[in-house]
Design a protein around this ligand. Sequence first.
Ligand SMILES: Cc1cc2nc3c(=O)[nH]c(=O)nc-3n(C[C@H](O)[C@H](O)[C@H](O)COP(=O)(O)O)c2cc1C
Length: 192
Amino acid sequence: MTTSPEITLNPLIAARQSRRAFAATSLPDDVLTTLLEAARWAPSCANRQAWRFVVVRTPEGLARLQPTLSAGNDWAKAAPVLIAVVSREDFSMTIGERAYYLFDCGLAVENLLLQGTHLGLVCHPMAGFDEVEARDALALPEGLQVLALIALGYPGNFAELDEATQAKERYPRTRKALEEIVHFERWTGEAR
Ligand SMILES: Cc1cc2nc3c(=O)[nH]c(=O)nc-3n(C[C@H](O)[C@H](O)[C@H](O)COP(=O)(O)O)c2cc1C
């Protein structure tokens, strides 16, 4: 596929990364509001805006939510803010078998991550948590789903992470080649 040195990747997309080391510093309200504002301006199916967010940042709230994290996400306990991304299928359109609430929420989260990158923050989305426990910790009404938790904060000291987490951070970031994911005009080859 053709590339050109003049046509470059958006620097925010190039810079965004799921990092794991947090400083203890809390996030000012205006910074948090800007992140949520970025999420709010995401596109969504029929503009249904299926995303809801529970921002957790008090010691009490964090103490309720942190134990729901999977063991592999222990590093996120150092984040001063956890945002739960909450939704329900009927908050967006379902067309045939395509339920768009997941799509809408994904777009909002990427907006938030890019805005956080722009502000120099560590923003790390996570699926590794116990959803039943998280719903309880967040006092969610029946039927609402927790789709993801996002760990947020200012960058911390890599050297203070445990060995296993440091190893994850060192792991090279990779992506499938364009040839593996893009077809032109019609699908070619096997479904994979
Ligand atoms: C929906 C979703 C769930 C994720 N869950 C976790 C998680 O539980 N723990 C974790 O360390 N990273 C998690 N990640 C981060 C991915 O591992 C990361 O995005 C991927 O390895 C690519 O790396 P990059 O974000 O630095 O480009 C998740 C990312 C997404 C989008």
